[in-house]
Design a protein around this ligand. Structure first.
Ligand SMILES: Cc1cc2nc3c(=O)[nH]c(=O)nc-3n(C[C@H](O)[C@H](O)[C@H](O)COP(=O)(O)OP(=O)(O)OC[C@H]3O[C@@H](n4cnc5c(N)ncnc54)[C@H](O)[C@@H]3O)c2cc1C
Length: 565
């Protein structure tokens, strides 16, 4: 599969190179506007940074639920060891997907002068045969694994009902067409997260972007990148971040034409716009409430999309007992229940010269692992290392100096690792969230666009997108377009009517001024009662129109008073 990656470079969506467009002041009377960002993960911070590039027109504040840290699912846990360099304490998203040079995070890291290194030197271990494959032998195995996956995906296209990656691979293996189920190629392909998760859909599956290609890590850890987003370059002032501010409710305040953000501590703030950059699971489990309620389409999207279970452990010894040649290594397992249980490992010693290893858990084993005590978790890790390297070899590492682990599934503010398309999921579930609830609520996060979902750069891109939607006045633009569309519709209706009813009816209709007609049209109940989504937008729209009318009335009154004086 690695070879496939090299041959078939996929484009990761590019961050727009040009600077953000400045807002048209006409669209936003009474600037600067206040924007609140909910959630200080990669997406929220990217949005905040983007919007604060237009400081004369917007003020930005970021609110984060966690008490001690920001970064969300990026977590370089230095709190337990302040002398840590970074990469050896990265417990969340830590590797850039560099399948495409256009990954915006590569450029961002360069801009911040952060050092990175490639995750290469793949090894494959089949413990029960005491075999460690690398070099040419491994190239053969990855080629076979690629063939199995390729055929599985091809055949899945000809099946009418959508099937999972696991089902598709199992079918190819059962046919024996390429390799047997216990061949090294089969064992390697069965170590992919998309196989382990069991219900990962074959539709819209891009293995090049997901299963391989975790190739570059930052020596200082990914946390350093989110730190820099917050603090900015020397020319940019830091962002305003408030920790320990869990948002309970986002309420559209019709009377003020603002959006009200209520916190769990009882306080509240209001703003012109809100960017909701919390994980999909927080929305689907009611961790964040909306008034009016989110349109059904959004609720369903958050509920339906898959959320993977995934965790990481870091174990540090007195000295390394493994070969310095190891980069990333994968352990084969022969029991289904063991699949996802510390199968993939990273040699941290190769990255920062600290005798530590990083291990990954995916799916059910991650869920189980989170329930274990630290002692049991540590014991399990040592058992797996013993299986791979032999007890005597592991003993050469000396004592365990440090053991750290994540618990992303039970974490109150993430409730999972990252989103993925389950069988039955349509990409439109993700893309739903790329549409704002005009004019107040915008969304960012890895779950808000199908392209690059579940990744660090997907989260970053989504923040830039939400920022641009506000900076460029997308909702105003959409509103104008809709008025135009309505006008056109009305005109066509009129023409048809004229033809049908003749001049008499036409004359009667002509009594109304053109402007009044357009207004009538916009609030025409028939246009908006079709579904909840339209109803939500209509409610907000009517509210805005009402305020615009009130404002005009007030202005008229004020003018009259002034004239009288
Ligand atoms: C173990 C692991 C390994 C990974 N490895 C990689 C990798 O190598 N490469 C890669 O590209 N991706 C990887 N990912 C995925 C990547 O980390 C995520 O896609 C990305 O970090 C998500 O960013 P986000 O901003 O969308 O969400 P988050 O980072 O989750 O940010 C959301 C923020 O909102 C806050 N929040 C939640 N609720 C509230 C509330 N009510 N009020 C206020 N704040 C709230 C949260 O505390 C959090 O800070 C990995 C993920 C995990 C878990």
């Amino acid at each position: 599969t690695k070879e496939k990656v090299k041959n078939k470079k996929k484009e990761v969506p590019v961050q727009k190179k040009e600077p953000p467009k400045k807002v048209d002041r006409k669209d936003y009377p009474g600037l600067p506007k206040e924007v609140l960002i909910i959630g200080a993960g990669m997406a929220g911070l990217a949005a905040a940074r983007r919007i604060s590039s237009d400081r004369s027109n917007f003020t930005v504040k970021v609110y984060e639920a966690r008490q001690e840290r920001f970064g969300g699912r990026v977590w370089t846990d230095k709190l337990k060891d302040m002398s840590a360099k970074g990469a050896e304490v990265d417990l969340g998203g830590s590797a850039f997907n560099v399948v495409s040079k256009n990954n915006p995070l590569v450029k961002l890291a360069e801009d911040f002068e952060l050092k990175s290194t490639k995750l290469d030197n793949l090894q494959f271990i089949v413990p029960w045969e005491q075999k460690h494959f690398s070099g040419e032998e491994l190239t053969q195995i990855t080629r076979q694994a690629g063939q199995i996956l390729g055929q599985a995906l091809n055949e899945s296209k000809s099946v009418e009902t959508e099937i999972s990656v696991k089902e598709a691979i199992d079918k190819v293996l059962a046919s024996g067409a390429i390799a047997s189920s216990d061949s090294p190629g089969a064992l390697l392909i069965k170590s992919l997260p998309s196989y382990i998760l069991r219900d990962y859909s074959t539709r819209n599956y891009t293995p090049e972007l997901l299963d391989v290609g975790y190739e570059k890590v930052l020596l200082d850890g990914m946390g350093e990148l989110v730190d820099r987003l917050l603090s900015g370059s020397p020319e940019e002032p830091p962002l305003h971040l408030h920790l320990n501010k869990a948002v309970r409710q986002i309420k559209v305040d019709k009377s003020q034409g603002k959006v009200l953000v209520r916190f769990r501590d009882g306080s509240q703030v209001s703003a012109d716009f809100v960017v909701v950059a919390v994980p999909s699971t927080i929305i689907s489990t009611g961790g964040l409430l909306f008034e009016p309620a989110l349109p059904k389409k959004y609720q369903l999207a958050a509920k339906e999309m898959g959320m993977s279970a995934g965790d990481k452990i870091i174990i540090q010894f007195e000295r390394p007992f493994w070969s310095p040649d190891y980069g990333v290594f994968v352990r084969a397992v022969n029991r289904d229940s063991d699949r996802g249980n510390l199968q993939t490992w990273v040699n941290i010693n190769r990255i920062v010269g600290v005798p530590a290893l990083g291990g990954f858990l995916t799916g059910d084993p991650a869920v189980k692992f989170e329930k274990m005590t630290n002692e049991d978790a540590e014991e399990l890790v040592i058992t797996v290392l013993n299986e791979m390297f032999g007890e005597e070899v592991v003993k050469q590492g000396g004592k365990i100096v440090k053991f750290q682990r994540s618990q992303w599934v039970t974490d109150e503010w993430s409730k999972g690792a990252s989103t993925y398309p389950k069988v039955g999921n349509d990409p439109s579930l993700w893309d739903t969230f790329s549409q704002p609830l005009c004019p107040y609520i915008y969304f960012a996060g890895e779950h808000t666009q199908f392209d690059s979902h579940g990744s660090l750069h997907g989260a970053y891109n989504s923040g830039i997108r939400a920022g641009d939607q506000i900076l460029t006045g997308l909702c105003e633009l959409l509103r104008k377009e809709e008025i135009q569309r309505k006008k056109e519709e009305r005109r066509k209706k009129e023409e048809a009517k004229k033809k049908k009813e003749g001049d008499k009816a036409d004359k009667k209709e002509g009594k109304k001024s053109k402007e009044d007609e357009i207004k009538d049209d916009e609030v025409d109940d028939d246009d908006y009662t079709d579904d909840d989504d339209d109803a939500y937008e209509n409610e907000i729209r009517l509210d805005k129109e009402k305020r615009d009318e009130d404002k005009t009335d007030n202005d008229k009154k004020k003018k009259k008073k002034k004239d009288e004086l």
